[in-house]
Ligand binder design. Structure first.
Ligand code: 13P
Length: 257
């Protein structure tokens, strides 16, 4: 169990149009009534086109939900057709922006340099990046999962300040566990989350390492989140499929009670 405030983030991926997103966020607000907002931070990452609706619903209902985007442009503004800037996300009240999700790396060819530029773009716009890292199955089988994941971490945060490093959220998402029903064991999650924290300690010192939140992602459900959260270096979860049902995601957020 961690002394850091746990963070449960729901990555909706390319699911739910704005009407469906509105229904989910309103129901989630209801379901979270039994959850102590001081003890866990609940976050949703809807598609860009749902963000304005989520903003209005959260503000109007004073819902205990923070939100952010699944991606962010590395550029500030201008002729980048199809991109969404950090400033645009800030103007919508976003707190977070996911960066370097494995689906971005795999299907959109995002390199370490791009991921690093996006981390910096998020900070420049006053957003907290949720930097996603994690190994494919071959690396896990070869026993290279820690090495591989730490290389992604180092590339992703290169050049950020200690102050920024203390604020960033790192999500360890082993690719083989995403959407497969194949959850990493709590020991697997702990091993890599601890290695991430120790790497941050070596780079930026104790205060940063002790403050930074490291999440686990990959087939998290209400039935397995409790055990994962008992591990010392797992500070929360990045949840895909199970975040699309309000009751289930609220159960994940309420894992303590
Ligand atoms: P699932 O929870 O559906 O496995 O997705 C995990 C994920 O990729 C969250 O970003």
């Amino acid at each position: 169990m961690t002394t850091r405030t746990p963070l449960m983030a729901g990555n909706w991926k390319m699911n739910l149009d704005w009407k469906q997103g509105l229904a989910l966020v309103e129901e989630l607000g209801e379901q979270l009534q039994g959850v102590d907002a001081g003890k866990v931070e609940t976050v949703v990452l809807p598609p860009f086109v749902d963000l304005r609706t989520v903003q209005v619903a959260v503000d109007a209902g004073k819902l205990p939900i923070a939100y952010g985007a699944q991606d962010i442009s590395a550029h500030e503004s201008g002729a980048y057709t199809g991109e969404v800037s950090g400033a645009m996300l800030s103007a919508l009240g976003c707190t977070y922006a996911a960066v370097g999700h494995s689906e971005r790396r795999q299907y959109h060819g995002e390199t370490e340099q791009v991921t690093n530029a996006k981390v910096k773009a998020a900070f420049a716009a006053g957003l907290v990046p949720i930097l996603c890292v994690g190994e494919p199955l071959e690396e896990r089988k070869a026993g290279k999962h820690v090495e591989y994941t730490l290389a992604q971490l180092e590339g992703g945060i290169e050049g950020i300040s200690a102050e920024q490093a203390a604020k960033i959220v790192i999500a360890y998402e082993p690719v083989w566990a995403i959407g497969t029903g194949e959850v990493a064991t709590p020991d697997d999650a702990q091993e890599v989350c601890a290695a991430i924290r120790e790497a941050l300690r070596a780079m930026h010192g104790d205060a940063v390492a002790d403050a930074v939140r490291v999440l686990y992602g990959g087939s998290v459900k209400s039935s397995n989140v409790g055990e994962l959260m008992q591990r010392a270096d797992v500070d929360g979860a990045l949840v895909g499929g199970a975040s699309l049902k309000a009751e289930e995601f609220a159960k994940i957020a309420g894992f303590q009670g």
